[in-house]
Design a protein around this ligand. Structure first.
Ligand SMILES: *[C@@H]1O[C@H](CO)[C@@H](O)[C@H](O)[C@H]1NC(C)=O
Ligand SMILES: *[C@@H]1O[C@H](CO)[C@@H](O)[C@H](O)[C@H]1NC(C)=O
Length: 430
């Protein structure tokens, strides 16, 4: 479908009274589609492949396909087709601002490879960009979508750029990790609330103010506040009723050792008068202290009151991106096979929901069946390649297996090393 600012025509007014029709029209017809890409014929004229990483031979090719398993072979998207490659492609749409509008950014992504490290996210970019040079360094406004690397990273990114700084969402939003199509939706509303949906189900929501550290905190501890003089923050006090027992101070700290004996060869005349060595007195309990009781005047720990942060210049336009103009994919992939489709930038969550239902929703069962079939075939292939042998040949086979395992390990090690180093770079850029 071509990129155009299109009006939704959902209802037939004849069926409804004019009053209802008009009021609904006011709501529904205001839906605006800034960009929609279903990757039908002609998509190539709308997308610009970047030259980024080309001179290093590290720019990957896109495959225009519905993938190995799908619900409709004619419903194609674009899929990364080479391992260890960078991918950068973008499309332009008429510039707009999301001020006073809801912004909906949605697309579907399918990782047909068993993705161990790679992104499946997309970006919205603003202003003037040289699409031929679009790459990892190109500033973007919003980055959204799944990111998987190893066991630790399996999350949905939602990065908002404010004054040139990228801010990651503080909440964990787990992403899908299977090999099927999923629809990711980011909704940003004029009241600065947001929602993240996967397959039309809300997975996270809240306020941009609280879930990103874009602005300094609204409230801080009053730096001027002092603990009042009469603030009693002692939880326990000496018991005023407790009295020192009579004769307590007369108990000596040490006493002569009652077991000590004057040595046989002790000569009073030469050695002086014998005195027993002293030992700690078991009766002695140290200086007297009254026992402690709960303080009846205890007020709790003192805390400085919170005040409005004087450094905060509240920005009611925190959610606004005034010059949105491009949608792009910029990825590093260790293993290729990530397929993007049905990209939407709109102001209407209902429209986005319908689009998801008409595409992913309509095809997901058939896709799952096709995937299960492909898995079955793959397993059968594998068991053919690797037949279960009789005992007689066991020894040989074990040796072969070991060799295979080792070379596999080597491969995956080096892959992970590359993945880790490149991924670190990518994350540093964030
Ligand atoms: C494109 O994808 C199809 C379907 O998975 C596959 O058969 C074909 O080999 C792919 N082509 C390239 C160039 O990767
Ligand atoms: C963002 O940038 C504008 C213009 O440079 C500046 O006026 C504003 O204070 C900045 N806001 C924050 C929160 O840094």
């Amino acid at each position: 479908m071509a990129i155009a600012q299109r009006r939704l025509q959902i209802m037939n007014p004849n069926c409804l009274s004019l009053a209802i029709a008009l009021s609904l029209l006011l709501v529904i017809s205001s839906a605006e589609v800034f960009f929609e890409e279903r990757f039908d014929d002609g998509w190539e004229s709308r997308w610009v492949k970047s030259d980024w990483k080309k001179d290093e031979n590290m720019a990957g090719e896109w495959n225009y396909t519905a993938g190995k398993w799908n619900g409709d072979p004619n419903d194609k998207g674009i899929q990364t087709s080479e391992d260890f490659r960078f991918y950068a492609v973008s499309a332009e749409f008429p510039e707009f601002s999301n001020k006073d509008k809801t912004l909906v950014f949605q697309f579907s992504v399918k990782h047909e490879q068993k993705l161990d490290c790679g992104g499946g996210y997309m970006k919205l970019l603003s202003g003037e960009i040289d699409q031929k040079k679009f790459g990892g360094e190109t500033p973007y406004s919003i980055m959204f979508g799944p990111d998987i690397c190893g066991y630790s990273t399996k999350k949905v990114h939602a990065i908002l750029t404010y004054n040139g700084t990228n801010h990651l969402i503080k909440k964990e939003v787990p992403c899908e990790t299977d090999q099927l199509t999923h629809v990711y939706t980011f909704i940003l509303r004029p009241d600065a609330t947001y929602s993240i949906l996967i397959d039309n189900e809300e997975k996270q929501s809240g306020s941009v103010y609280s879930d990103w550290d874009i602005l300094p905190p609204k409230k801080i501890k009053d730096p001027e506040a002092k603990k009042p003089e009469d603030w009693d923050d002692k939880e326990y006090i000496p018991d005023p009723e407790d009295k020192k027992p009579e004769g307590y101070d007369d108990i000596p700290k040490e006493i002569p050792d009652p077991d000590a004996k004057k040595p046989e060869d002790w000569d009073d005349e030469e050695d002086g008068e014998w005195t027993a060595p002293t030992i700690p007195n078991p009766e002695y309990k140290g200086p007297w202290k009254p026992k402690k009781i709960k303080n009846p005047n205890y007020k709790g720990k003192w805390k400085a009151p919170m005040i409005d942060n004087p450094d905060l210049k509240d920005d009611p336009d925190l959610y606004v991106f005034p010059n949105l103009k491009y949608v792009g994919v910029e990825l590093w992939q260790v293993k290729s096979g990530t397929l993007f489709d049905n990209i939407l930038v709109s102001d209407d969550p209902e429209y986005a929901k319908k689009l998801a239902e008409e595409t992913w929703g309509k095809h997901k069962d058939a896709e799952k069946a096709a995937f299960d079939e492909a898995e079955k075939e793959r397993e059968e292939e594998e068991s053919k390649d690797d037949p279960v042998d009789s005992d007689a040949e066991d020894g040989d086979d074990d040796a072969d297996d070991t060799k295979d395992d080792e070379s596999d390990d080597d491969k995956s090690d080096s892959k992970e090393d590359i993945a880790a180093s490149v991924d670190d770079d990518a994350h540093d850029e964030l």
